[in-house]
Design a binder for this molecule. Sequence first.
Ligand SMILES: *Cc1c(COP(=O)(O)O)cnc(C)c1O
Length: 366
Amino acid sequence: MTGHMDIPFVSFKPLENELNLTEIFERVLNKSWYIGGDEDKAFEDAFAEYLGVRFCVGCGNGLDALMLSLKALGIESGDEVIVPSNTYIATALAVVYLGAKVVLAEPKLETFNIDPVEMEKAITDKTKAIMPVHLYGQPCDMDKITQLAKKYKLMIVEDCAQAHGAKYRGKKVGTFGNAAGFSFYPGKNLGALGDAGAVATNSRTTADKVRALGNYGSDYKYHHIYQGYNSRLDEIQAAFLNEKLPLLEKTNMFRKQVAKRYLSEIRNPGIILPAVPEYADPVWHVFAVRTENRDELERYLLERGIHTNKHYPIPIHRQKAFKGYFEGKYPIAEEISRTELSLPMYYGMTDSQVEYVIETINEFGR
Ligand SMILES: *Cc1c(COP(=O)(O)O)cnc(C)c1O
């Protein structure tokens, strides 16, 4: 056993050390142009090409990307939108911001992603859209979800905040729905140095509407066609993203190598490893294990210098913000919140760090 190590849950340093961030900042400073310029345009084009969609529109953050997508697709008060019961609260907030109703559908315990059977059960004559969330960087079961959308004439807004570059049967997520929301929050697989987000879509109408909505509802200067919002991608963040996007495949590949070691070398009968369906090429935003003794495992690892996280300790229907909102029971979301622990996962973890995490977990409870 290697000696005691201190391993953070995530570190940005290894990647940042490969970039000259000061030079990127100076590039923007020298142009003296901070919103809606060539950095934004270049990033939108590059990210659309990376994903394989026709349009990408930068915005303020991932929550706005989802909200602006729904709004542009016409979601409004009285409509119902189906969201997985175990997602991050942002997915649900994007719906309630528009006065629409969030309807929760349970995930599959094995994949942590929305169960198409539960999704179909949640459909009513008020359902207008469904939001598959590619949680932890694992793609949802998109064939079944797109079939449901077709059958019931529903729109799809993908929440890709954790899944930049993840593929479903060889096709990148963010290309399956009417629109997709991405977050570039610093900790995401592709992260800015602050808040940032983007909408991806193959529809010019949707892209134009998202852009106008995020710019005070304006299609050209001082001409307002919607009561819009202020949600734009800053030039400074776009510049950092322009330098980081070309490294995304490399950093995702690195995560896959770490995940491969975790999957093959963690052998502890008390710990359930994440399942990877045959259709999935995940990007491991989060490496989520489950155990009956989650809090004990968390303490045990922390005492040995290994920092972990929980995604998420309180499910949406148990949050104070949604008190009285949901009537159903969500036992799978509760089971995940009770048993899930996220292991350290980031670009630049050393072999000995990965080994230390594996060995320490293998000794848990023995
Ligand atoms: C991070 C995240 C969001 C929100 O992104 P922000 O940029 O923080 O607004 C939405 N959905 C999921 C699943 C996320 O992980």
